[in-house]
Write a protein that binds this ligand. Sequence first.
Ligand SMILES: Nc1ncnc2c1ncn2[C@@H]1O[C@H](COP(=O)(O)OP(=O)(O)OP(=O)(O)O)[C@@H](O)[C@H]1O
Ligand SMILES: [Mg+2]
Length: 502
Amino acid sequence: MQNRSVDPRVSILKDISPLLTSVLDTDSVLEMIIESVTRLMEAKASSLLLVDKGTNKLYFQVATGEAKEEVKKFEIDMGQGIAGHVASTGKPLLIPDVSKNPLWDSTISEATGFETRSIACVPIKSGREVIGVIQIIDREDGQPIHEDDMEILKHFSELSSVAIERARNYKDMVNENLYLKKELESRYEIIGVSKAIEKVIADAVKVANSKTTTLITGESGTGKELVARLIHKIGPRRKKKLMVVNCAAFTDTLLESELFGHEKGSFTGAISRKTGVLEIADGGTLFLDEVAEMSPSMQVKLLRVIQEGTFNRVGSPSPMQVDIRAIAATNKNLFEEVHKGLFREDLYYRLNVVHIHIPALRERRDDILVLAQHFLDKYKHIRGPSNISFSPATTEVMQNYHWPGNVRELENAVERAIVMGSGEFIEPEDLPFSVVPSGDTAQELLGSSLKEALDSFKRDFLQRNLDHQGGSVKDTAKVLDIQRTYLSRLISKYGLTTRRSR
Ligand SMILES: Nc1ncnc2c1ncn2[C@@H]1O[C@H](COP(=O)(O)OP(=O)(O)OP(=O)(O)O)[C@@H](O)[C@H]1O
Ligand SMILES: [Mg+2]
């Protein structure tokens, strides 16, 4: 084997390699690379250009030498000049005298007044793709750049490629981690400023430390599961599992086997032994969603679990013991279900030891815009890095809408608006159609119960009358032909604004 003498500069290169690849900020990695190239080559100027995938042009990421600031203002097309040629062909080029080379494009040289004689340029590749180029211009001592120099330069290009990839991966990783972390945090974040939501959170915090069975009620999409997760997460059981079972999603047999597990062959389809959710949640929390949908026979079994902590696997004669904290949720009025004979009274009282009711969003209007902004922040990345906000008209529409689907509907509406809208402002027409006021109150209130519709109308009607009378309770009562005391009660019930509360 031929023993070629190793250029001493290669060993310097080897020494600095670990340093370069350990610096994790792309910009500093590249600056260090170019500084080292310039020093080692004793070059008059060097630069590192990267391909902008969006425009397919090369831009100066780093430049050294007298004209470095001016140079950075230029962009080079693929194929243009020597750097452009190297970027498009992926092959290194050494040009001892640029004046004799047809590829030479003197634009930059002339504009910056930086005289150039020789150029060496090598591609930086990631796999087969050219991601940039490194070029050096002339040597300090006036000697032309040599073939040997090219070898060094190639080493640097490989090094740059590793460093860029590592730094880019790292950057992605950091962004990804930050994103995941934020996402995780926000999953348990219950947003709201209304008195009502503050009470919900305060109650959740209070019950979190005990094993007390808790019933969470509220319309669909008000955040019942969110509150259940909060209770689990801040309580002493947080290190154990929270298991969610949607009682409406199973037939009786399947719900039983889901909760209690079953022995092999205990019923048709039970091909192997199955561990039930209760065993998995042992020491932790069981969240029973849509508990009102449970059949009477399952209600009996659930009562036993909650009272005694015991149950039998389907097909097993021996009872098992677990330590479970139960949280149940429903959007029905469970008390009414008891009256209708659909829900066991004893189970109702067992579940209802502590009751947390989450009011509908339209009953805590102070939360609407705070939540809307929260979801805007959560989803605006969908459109990439841009500034998006709600126009005043949109804010008004959202504030006045009755949100039959509650927070879930608001979340979906904002997400959709971000996707559908294009400008800096989200406009009313970007919201789902149903959100846009039609001027037809009955149409707008579709989906509400009669009571809600009447309440909504009353609130609006009373407030408008109050406003019309300059906020005077006395005058408004007169116009409406009702007692002042009655109006006062309605004012506090609906949280209306009067002259005094302004
Ligand atoms: N106060 C809140 N702050 C932030 N997000 C919320 C809030 N309330 C609800 N959400 C979000 O709204 C959506 C619906 O909430 P969740 O699933 O907890 O409602 P739910 O009452 O269980 O609804 P359903 O009865 O339909 O099961 C979720 O994405 C949840 O994160
Ligand atoms: Mg739910």
